[in-house]
Design a protein around this ligand. Sequence first.
Ligand SMILES: *[C@@H]1O[C@H](CO)[C@@H](O)[C@H](O)[C@H]1NC(C)=O
Length: 224
Amino acid sequence: MMGVAVVLCVVATLQPATAADEDPLQDFCVANTVAGSAAVTLNGRTCKPANEVTAQDFLSTRLRQPATAPAAAAAGAPRATVNLASVDTFPGLNTLGLSIARIDFPANGGLNPPHVHPRATEVLFLVQGTLTVGFVSTTNNTLFQSTLSAGDLFVFPRGLPHFQINLDKHKPALAIGALNSQNAGTSQLALALFGANPPLPGVVLQNALGIDQAEVDALIQSVH
Ligand SMILES: *[C@@H]1O[C@H](CO)[C@@H](O)[C@H](O)[C@H]1NC(C)=O
């Protein structure tokens, strides 16, 4: 009896964790982008009729170019631009549990500011340049930081705050981030706190950060 319990416990412990979007129940489910189809909501997108699907649905040329504008309002500092191919911009990804981003970093401080992806782990491949990256764990808020050279990989575990910055004075950097969700979601920490609409109550920010309302107002100004 005891032996069976032990074996069951061991088997339960060895169960692999599932940590990506749900598995598809058919070969593909190209997201239906026809006007009106968005009225039907489910956990993902509805499928385009299979007999209307072509090779074009599985092709995206989106990452040929950098994104045109920084991902978040800049407060004077150089910002990275994030060009994301997710289910919203690449309907062929629907139900497949993947998305991918091209991130271009200007030299001398180009920053992808601290943010989280609530639904995905991200593995970053540095194509060009050097990049300082890090994430903060939930245990003791430990910072795990590293400096990457071209060809290196770094992984940001799901849901943990992370950043990337190009500290090279002269050379830009280029990275590709792969995420195990078709819709990873991005929450910029500074924007969530100081760019919320409507704004968080002043007293919440004052008490959370030990600052006065003038400083709260200045921070709200700086992210807009
Ligand atoms: C977290 O901090 C506590 C208190 O300093 C320490 O005892 C513990 O080992 C730390 N845990 C980890 C995983 O570093």
